[in-house]
Design a protein around this ligand. Structure first.
Ligand code: PGA
Length: 242
């Protein structure tokens, strides 16, 4: 694992974007695994800037996102489909048909998850997976549990996650209770993994995930088993790491 310490959120975003940009430059047809949440927004802004400057070309890139709420229409402003279009896809020259997310509108969970695993296999797996981390250590929507779920699956969101995400909805009751998420095997099979974290409120979980025991109770802790993991975090998020 490599830890890259950034000064603040802006610096974290620039450093993360540089890593993603170099992946795309080295392999123009790269498959990028992408994440939602507030942390990667700055990274996406930096990628858009590089595209606008003529420094990055996404025309051959494929993307697969980590997760999607079950039951939200694509045009719902809290769907991850909508998020990705607002924050990245609509501002770069990526081909919309090369961007994939689990289909939250598919009511049959087994089919939705099997379809998504098929897509990931067909595109050849993920070259670089971008991850955020939840306060409970989740990556994607792989919530704390007794096992590491391997493949794409339907999860019941924990109360902690619902509480953390209710700020985006009218109330906690409006937060979907389930989501489809890429599994831990798929994440671990990515050829490179880049996790971004910012702020004091992530300091405790960063310490636990990267320096505590490897346990499904802290799903991100499995990343310790990977050599090619880059953690880009700001000083506040690293404040509990010696
Ligand atoms: P955040 O979410 O970036 O909004 O903190 C991270 C996550 O829940 O994975």
């Amino acid at each position: 694992m490599r830890i890259i310490k950034a000064k603040d959120y802006e610096d974290m975003s620039k450093k993360a974007a540089n890593i993603i940009a170099s992946q795309v430059i080295m392999k123009p047809g790269a498959v990028l695994g992408l994440a939602t949440g507030s942390t990667p927004i700055g990274t996406y802004k930096q990628l858009i800037k590089k595209y606008n400057n003529g420094d990055l070309d996404f025309s051959q890139v494929t993307t697969v996102n980590l997760d999607e709420y079950k039951g939200l229409a694509k045009d719902h402003d809290q769907s991850y489909y909508y998020f990705m279009h607002q924050n990245l896809f609509d501002h770069i020259n990526i081909k919309p048909e090369r961007t994939f997310l689990p289909d939250g509108t598919q009511a049959d969970s087994d089919n939705a998850c099997a379809d998504y695993d098929r897509i990931i296999a067909e595109v050849g797996g993920v070259d670089l997976q971008l991850l955020g981390i939840g306060h409970n250590g989740h990556i994607g929507f792989n919530e704390p549990g007794s096992v590491f779920e391997k493949d794409t699956h339907c999860v019941d969101l924990t109360e902690k996650t619902i509480q953390a995400n209710k700020r985006f909805f009218a109330s906690a009751d409006d937060v979907p209770k389930q989501a489809y998420t890429m599994g831990i095997r798929t994440i671990m099979m990515a050829r490179k993994i880049l996790l971004v974290a910012s702020g004091e409120e992530k300091a405790e979980i960063i310490k636990e995930a990267f320096f505590g025991p490897v346990t499904p109770a802290v799903q991100a802790s499995i990343l310790q088993l990977r050599k090619h993991v880059i953690l880009v975090a700001d000083e506040a998020a690293l404040s509990q790491v010696k």
